[in-house]
Design a protein around this ligand. Structure first.
Ligand code: URA
Length: 210
């Protein structure tokens, strides 16, 4: 079934949302964008100035870095779906508050359930906390300790791979993290390729038994 009608409904609900105070200071809502049928959702923190102006996720400096690494490991941005734990820019780029993340989780959950990805990438501590602790019932002990491996967790009713990594803005701030970030996005590529191989293998097995 086509996912576009439900996505349009979610976007229009986000556009008129006034559930939290971030709605008072935003210029544009940033619901997310990408392939609604993707196997991979990238979850970030919150829109910044450029995103707030354009209404699109990761279009500023951190977004450029993310695009570069995605490209270097052989993905195309259009293949993926990208959203954030909060859909409106916090004033002066302050960090999102827990109550804002929880209020916006109504939409975050809707988006993840709609795209229904096999893999979710947590970009930074806020996305990590949301996915592991709020949705996966696994204690989030910080990106530095959690990154570097893929976790199999039941999130929003399905088993999914979770790949935690640094937020691209942290990588911009500390260029020494660039290679580590790239390693994590390469791990994402590997999890994705292994998943494709095993579903192809399963299809072959089923065909061989016909
Ligand atoms: N940082 C984020 O977490 N999300 C964006 O969309 C842009 C910058």
């Amino acid at each position: 079934m086509s996912r576009e009608p439900r996505w349009n409904k979610i976007k229009s609900e986000i556009s008129s949302c006034s559930r939290c105070p971030l709605s008072l200071s935003r210029a544009k809502v940033v619901p997310g964008e990408g392939n609604l049928y993707s196997d991979i959702v990238l979850l970030g923190e919150a829109p910044g100035r450029s995103e707030d102006e354009e209404g699109r996720p990761f279009v500023g400096a951190a977004g450029k870095l993310l695009d570069k690494v995605i490209d270097e490991v052989g993905f195309k941005r259009e293949q993926l779906f990208i959203t954030n734990v909060v859909k409106c820019r916090p004033p002066n780029n302050r960090e999102p508050r827990l109550d804002e993340i929880i209020t916006c989780s109504y939409f975050t959950d809707e988006i993840i359930s709609l795209v229904n990805p096999n893999i979710v990438v947590a970009l930074g501590n806020y996305a990590g906390y949301y996915l592991f602790e709020l949705k996966g019932s696994v204690k989030w002990v910080g990106v530095t300790k959690m990154r570097g491996r893929a976790y199999r967790l039941s999130i929003l009713g399905s088993w999914r791979w979770l790949v935690p990594t640094y937020h691209p803005a942290a990588v911009l701030y500390n260029p020494k993290l660039y290679e580590v970030f790239k390693e994590d996005i390469s791990l994402l590529k590997k999890v994705f390729s292994d998943m494709k191989d095993s579903s192809r293998g399963l299809l072959k097995f089923i065909e061989s038994r016909r």
